[in-house]
Design a protein around this ligand. Structure first.
Ligand SMILES: NC(=O)c1ccc[n+]([C@@H]2O[C@H](COP(=O)([O-])OP(=O)(O)OC[C@H]3O[C@@H](n4cnc5c(N)ncnc54)[C@H](O)[C@@H]3O)[C@@H](O)[C@H]2O)c1
Length: 341
């Protein structure tokens, strides 16, 4: 079987999660590491025994099949569009794009390309999230009555000052919503289904002398299935506490917290522990391996069944726009929904 030739663009914090997985795949050849910072590109290329480049556009003239985009948010959409237009497959780290407008442009390009575009919402592949989704689909807990999502993390001055792209709308696209809480927003809408409206509030409460983006946000989410969700996220807590998601249903409830899923019904409580055997930061989740395996399986089989596509990736961007607009205008924001994008 021909090996798929792959490049990783952006050799910062997250790239090695992708590189380790790719290096362990028999039918993948890790060909290029790309970073504008030569020391990073060179170090990564030495570690993974491949070549390095400083200018990503050189990849357009190389014989490659797949690129992994692990760069700052503002580069996701422009880079992905160039590769898709050259019929090169793309796996982009979250978020799909810098904002909803760029996300729509990328979605249009992806629809017109024969290449695959996947987005790294790897937490969907965590064992307990998969288990919770199956329980909801089986219907044993009845209809959902409400969903709660809480993200209370810590990002201090140094976190923002050490990375030139973080803390600014032009380069990060937002703060806690688009960077830290986006996985939780994705899971909430994945579990609960389409959201029709949002009442939200965003604010920069602690680091307002350092960043222009929000460090805190909350929202009430009005689902199409006639129940509400509540969501709170902040980067202004004293440490990174575990994310909490609770799904309240007619015949019981589910609580996802740390590595546990607690499923409660009138008669019993089941406690499932996630296998958290990983060297990476626990709050990144454990799903990258399964996400990347599924993406490559789809490339091999010319299917899309395992890939989180742009149609999915754009939902959180619309939600973030909704929360921001509602906060700014002090009124409920009605989402357009997937059919009208
Ligand atoms: N899925 C997850 O859980 C998860 C976790 C962490 C980060 N991320 C995402 O991964 C992406 C990267 O985050 P990070 O923390 O690794 O950032 P980072 O700043 O550590 O790394 C980004 C790298 O991209 C390089 N870069 C910038 N411009 C470039 C260009 N034009 N061409 C090539 N390289 C360029 C930078 O020099 C840097 O080395 C972001 O989208 C982030 O949100 C996802």
């Amino acid at each position: 079987m021909k090996k798929l030739r792959t490049a990783i663009i952006g050799c910062g914090n997250i790239y090695s999660v992708h590189a380790d997985i790719l290096a362990s795949k028999e039918n993948v050849e890790l060909k290029y590491m790309v970073d504008i910072k030569e020391n990073r590109a060179q170090k990564a290329a030495e570690k993974y025994n491949c070549e390095y480049l400083l200018d990503y556009s050189e990849l357009l003239n190389k014989d490659i099949d797949v690129v992994h985009i692990c760069t700052p948010h503002f580069l996701h959409s422009p880079m992905a569009i160039k590769f898709l237009e050259s019929e090169i497959n793309v796996l982009v780290e979250k978020p799909l794009a810098l904002n909803y407008a760029e996300g729509k442009q990328l979605l249009r390009t992806a629809k017109n390309s024969s290449s695959h575009l996947g987005v790294a919402f790897q937490n969907r592949f965590n064992e307990n999230n998969q288990r919770a989704k199956k329980i909801l689909e089986a219907g044993t807990l009845g209809e959902i009555k409400g969903i709660k999502g809480l993200v209370t993390w810590h990002r201090d001055k140094d976190y923002y000052l050490n990375d030139e792209w973080k803390g600014f709308y032009e380069t990060e696209g937002g703060g806690v919503l688009i960077n830290q809480a986006i996985h939780t927003l994705d899971l909430i809408q994945w579990f609960g289904g389409p959201i029709k409206a949002v009442s939200g509030n965003v604010d920069t409460r602690v680091l307002d002398d350092v960043i222009e983006v929000e460090d805190t946000a909350d929202a009430t989410l009005f689902f199409e299935d006639d129940f509400n969700g509540i969501f709170y996220a902040t980067n202004a807590f004293s440490s990174n506490s575990p994310i909490e998601i609770e799904i309240d249903c007619e015949k019981g409830s589910m609580r996802l917290f740390e590595d546990q899923l607690l499923v409660k019904t009138a008669n019993k409580t089941d406690n499932f522990n996630e296998n958290s055997d990983t060297d990476y930061k626990a709050y990144w989740g454990y799903g990258h391996q399964r996400l990347i395996d599924g993406f490559y399986q789809d490339l091999r089989n010319s299917t899309h069944s395992n890939t989180i596509r742009a149609e999915e990736g754009i939902k959180t961007l619309e939600l973030i726009t909704a929360i921001n607009s509602s906060s700014k205008n002090r009124k409920k924001y009605y989402l357009k929904g997937v059919d009208k994008r």
